[in-house]
Design a protein around this ligand. Structure first.
Ligand SMILES: [Zn+2]
Length: 276
């Protein structure tokens, strides 16, 4: 039986206005049959904008800092990862050695770092962390990612004077922060074991990182960004690589080529949604 990876994704403006990009489970299920054909990747679209870290240009690289939250944090208006807390209880409940977790999280980031020109640095203070990871203060679903982006339109200087500053229509917006939260009441494990009721921490976090850097679900399966939790592979698949490269450019080494099909981004759903 296939299990689902949750991932409610929506965005907040710099002014903390609630906004939403969402996709509900039912819709995802309806799309399932059509999406079951091989589709490689889909870029996340929030309120009509593609989002990425670093420069607001497709293919431009980025450096991102992350941290496992050291104490409870409240993010106010955000909906899906409103409260984050340390993962101690989650790990204890699943019998996971906390000493192994930083390595698992680092391995999840490394998948993406090797895939494209985006690098991740672990930092020791939440104030300087771009991506924060923790357990949900209010348990819900399995795991979610929240992407907070800068809603101000980028400007292009077309002349010498300030009157020539013009917004760029339909441009890419810069991600300001992302939150990844895991349900501490669900069972977790390190590695695969065949029981898809218990999710592998590294796989799940790698999937959520994919959302946190601007990727959406291309479909249910076949890629790590697929919304179904299946234990067929524990590394990025060709579509995942292609998606990351499309946003951040190549890391340098050639990546195995595969036919690439990009789905058009879905229109924003104002209700907010649970991606599964
Ligand atoms: Zn997801």
């Amino acid at each position: 039986m296939r299990k689902l990876l949750g991932g409610v994704l929506f965005a907040l403006s710099a002014a903390a206005l609630p906004a939403a990009h969402a996709d509900d489970i039912t819709k995802a299920a309806d799309r399932g049959a059509a999406a079951r054909r091989s589709v490689d990747y889909r870029l996340l679209q929030l309120d009509g904008h593609q989002v990425k870290w670093g420069a607001s240009a497709i293919g431009a690289g980025a450096k991102v800092r992350y941290m496992l939250v050291p104490a409870a944090m409240d993010f106010g208006e955000t909906r899906n990862c409103r409260g984050l807390k340390p993962m101690d209880e989650l790990l204890a409940a699943s019998g996971i050695d906390p000493a192994r977790v930083p390595g698992e999280v680092a391995a999840a980031f490394e998948m993406w770092e090797r895939a494209a020109n985006i690098s991740f640095q672990r930092v020791d203070h939440p104030a300087v962390a771009d991506i924060l990871i923790g357990a949900q203060a209010v348990p819900r679903g399995r795991a979610f990612t929240e992407v907070i982006y800068d809603r101000r339109p980028p400007v292009t200087l077309t002349g010498a004077g300030p009157t020539n500053v013009q917004p760029v229509a339909g441009s890419i917006r810069r991600i300001d922060k992302a939150l990844i939260c895991l349900n501490p009441e669900k069972p977790w494990k390190l590695g695969f074991g065949g029981d898809v009721e218990v999710y592998d921490l590294r796989y799940t976090i790698a999937h959520e990182i994919g959302h946190a850097i601007g990727l959406d679900h291309p479909g249910p399966s076949g890629q790590l960004m697929g919304f179904a939790y299946e234990e067929h592979f524990r590394v990025l698949q060709p579509g995942d690589l292609a998606g990351a490269i499309s946003l951040y450019g190549r890391r340098g080494l050639p990546v195995a080529k595969s036919p690439t099909q990009v789905l058009p981004a879905r229109p924003a759903d104002p209700r907010g949604m649970a991606l599964q």
